[in-house]
Design a protein around this ligand. Structure first.
Ligand SMILES: [Zn+2]
Ligand SMILES: [Zn+2]
Length: 163
């Protein structure tokens, strides 16, 4: 069912981040820092999540591992948009939340910051590793954000800097 590599459970180095879907039936671990951690204001993220913007993180494929089962795909549904055949998104069969996606072109997995493990007070664990460093696709924002992070038209350093 999946041709995504490096997603077999327990086959990787010690995780530095962990996360799960809403119900917890599906979980993953990450063994290397993010290549990118950003607030994304693109219209795809907005429409796929019905959300003004999301916290996305990209990881090298070798850093991502499913943790919930010996046959992870049994608990997951996958989706591929015809106009983006290189990108496969994975959704928990029980609660329906989208938990990760794999991009064949870049050989990266993406997850969302809000699905990372939490501390007892509800804050995200290991925030220093996970926290966004930038706002991207800010040109299509539906909400102005006044924080200290850079705001880019598209990807950081590959598009116009807006502020
Ligand atoms: Zn679930
Ligand atoms: Zn986006």
């Amino acid at each position: 069912m999946s041709d995504a590599p490096n997603a077999s459970p327990g086959s990787h180095a010690k995780p530095i981040l962990k996360g799960s879907c809403f119900c917890g039936n599906v979980s993953f671990a990450i063994s290397a820092p993010p290549i990118l951690s950003a607030y994304c204001h693109c219209t795809n993220c907005q429409r796929l999540n019905a959300c003004p913007f999301i916290h996305t993180m990209h990881f090298a494929a070798s850093a991502f591992t499913w943790m919930h089962d010996d046959t992870p795909e049994l608990c997951l549904d996958s989706f591929v948009l015809p106009e983006k055949p290189h990108k496969q998104r994975w959704r928990c069969k029980t609660c329906g939340s989208c938990v990760a996606s794999y991009n064949k072109n870049t050989d990266r997995w993406s997850v969302w910051g809000c699905q990372l493990e939490r501390n007892e007070d509800g804050t995200i664990k290991d925030w220093d590793i996970a926290k966004p460093t930038v706002h991207m696709f800010y040109g299509t924002r539906v909400l102005d954000i006044s924080d200290g992070l850079g705001k880019w038209e598209g990807y950081e350093n590959q598009s116009a800097k807006l502020s």
